[in-house]
Unconditional design. Structure first.
Ligand SMILES: [Zn+2]
Length: 283
């Protein structure tokens, strides 16, 4: 169904491969979590939004979208803009993401959890923005406050290894990386995946905090022995409920009204606006 009215929500979850198989947040044994509205689509300047779900954790209202809103027939750039345009209209201020990643750092094993503190954008989607009003400063692009909450919630629930920092290299996909590409990243990044960018730019543009929880599902080519597709799918299915619980706990722990981070201040009105207007008015 199409809803013209975008509901208010201060929190959002950009679901990735971790929650995909769990119908998040349905099925979590938690009385305080309730789905308010489901399968909502909204008109945006970039086309119809992907299906979104609105739920609550206590009194906190959360919008969520599966697999970043990516779907066939829609470019990832447009899918991302549809999602973040809707988040802006809803008043979203805190965004949590999750997903499976490949290893680049030799020290990582399968099923390690990482809450990265930086990223390296090797994708070529550089022009993905909403209205380009802001100069985006990408210092602390992954909100330190939201990261701390994610780390606490993960350690509370997960007994394996949790890495509290690391660099996420972003590639375009959909294919994985070649051994030479992984070798090039080694020393510059710890994990590799296909999300974070452009999401991190769009989050900053709308003044929202963004952070994510990532778990290793395969070894980067050439890093270790061959990995099996069976291992990867087992991790997806086994860990999905736990990842959902960690995200819910993180939402409980953070406040969208009181933010003790710089995320809002790290976007500045662009100085190039007048230049662009002048150029376009002269044709
Ligand atoms: Zn923040």
């Amino acid at each position: 169904m199409t809803n013209q009215e975008i509901p208010k929500a201060a929190y959002a979850v950009v679901g990735g491969s971790g929650t995909l198989s769990s119908n998040f947040p349905a099925g979590l044994p938690d009385e305080d979590v309730e789905i308010i509205s489901d399968n909502m689509h909204f008109e945006t300047p970039y086309g119809m939004s992907p299906a979104m779900r609105l739920f609550r954790v206590g009194k906190k209202r959360v919008l969520t979208v599966r697999m970043h809103g990516w779907r066939s027939g829609v470019t990832r750039a447009d899918a991302s803009r549809q999602v973040f345009w809707t988040f802006r209209e809803a008043g979203v201020r805190r965004i949590i993401s999750e997903g499976g990643v490949g290893t680049v750092n030799k020290l990582l094993d399968l099923r390690d959890f990482i809450v990265p503190d930086d990223y390296l954008d090797l994708s070529v989607r550089k022009d993905v923005m909403l209205d380009g009003r802001y100069l985006l400063i990408m210092r602390d692009a992954l909100c330190p406050e939201l990261r701390q909450a994610l780390i606490r919630a993960t350690k509370k629930r997960f007994t394996g290894r949790v890495f509290t920092r690391g660099t996420y290299a972003v590639t375009d996909g959909r294919h994985f990386e070649s051994p030479a590409e992984v070798a090039m990243m080694n020393g510059h990044a710890d994990i590799v995946g296909q999300s974070i960018a452009p999401e991190v730019y769009l989050a900053r543009e709308i003044g929202a905090c963004y952070a994510g929880l990532y778990f290793t599902v395969n070894y980067g080519e050439g890093i270790r022995e061959k990995w099996s597709h069976e291992d990867m799918s087992n991790i997806f299915y086994d860990d999905a409920p736990m990842i959902g619980e960690i995200i819910i706990e993180t939402i409980r722990q953070v406040n969208a009204d009181e933010r003790h981070c710089e995320c809002r201040e790290l976007r500045k009105e662009t100085l190039l606006k007048d230049v662009y207007n002048e150029v376009s008015s002269k044709g």
